[in-house]
Design a protein around this ligand. Sequence first.
Ligand code: PHE
Length: 351
Amino acid sequence: MIESLLREWSGETVIVRHDRPTGAWILIAIHSTRLGPAGGGTRIKSYPNLQAALQDVFRLAEGMTYKFAGPGMPYGGGKAVIALPGDFDPQARPALLRRYGALVHQLGGLFFTGPDVGTSSADMDIIAETGAPYVFGRTQAGSGAGSSGPATALGVFTGIQVACEHLFGEPSLRGRRVLVQGTGSVGGSLIEYLRAAGAQVLFSEVDKGAIHRFRDELGLQFVSPEAVYTMECDILAPCALGGVLNANTIPRLKCRAVVGGANNQLADAKDAERLQARNILYAPDYVVNVGGAMFLLGVETQGWTQERVEQEVVESVRRALREVFELAATEGIPTDAAARQIAGQRLSATE
Ligand code: PHE
């Protein structure tokens, strides 16, 4: 099974390290270096088995290739997964992060990284102790750019405006019902943008503290995790984990569009067609969640100000998503296929 996964993956290289002291698996997938060094976040979580972790890192790395190629950024797609054993001792984490940083450093620039699901700017500070200069998104106190969540959220917010423009003829969010799944660093910031724009915000979350904050303190409507896929809304914004759009959920959706920050929202390629058949407008995740990457790289390699980042994110997501929706409409293909086609042109133009 692992053999066929490796054989069928469209990427270039995968580095597999069994971290003996903890039993964790460190996986670094280099999907493409055609446009430049491969970059992508470091995801840390537990998986049912090594195969599931490999599958995740492969698809995430591929998504990064499209994410960079779409807006013409000079980077390739990569991703790292650290798959923790079920009995992982949190005390062992800093040392594990330092060993991982040393591995990234050894690769000598083939791969660079930053935060992702399960990692924070504080983790990047530790990884950078051994992994610099290939580690982005350290804390500001650690001379990094800080959290990429707000910039990612701004791009998703822009994507929601473009979807409304496409569906309703105007980008205004006033009174639109938007259901945000996950209120972490991206979802939480997205909610702020949505409220400021006059949208009616609903949210779903599993963390008790966050439920309290958004429901009891901000007065937002809470939707239980089971009800997310049947809740009537204009826009569903998945901002938690991947695979939420699948054969089981798509037939039940009662939204007009899906626009969110999570990577790999489609469980598999067929799901893009399922959404199209149900006439649900899908904004490909890697098109609208590019803001985090733009923020980290813009601030840390180009010296961009906060203002410049915001301008670049808004303009680039707006331009890219409009292009994707137009191409999909004229060719009658799923939006995901249109986005891949556009990114594919950028990739083959440099061959
Ligand atoms: N993990 C985020 C993403 O997938 C941010 C990130 C981008 C981290 C690029 C490292 C490199 O976009």
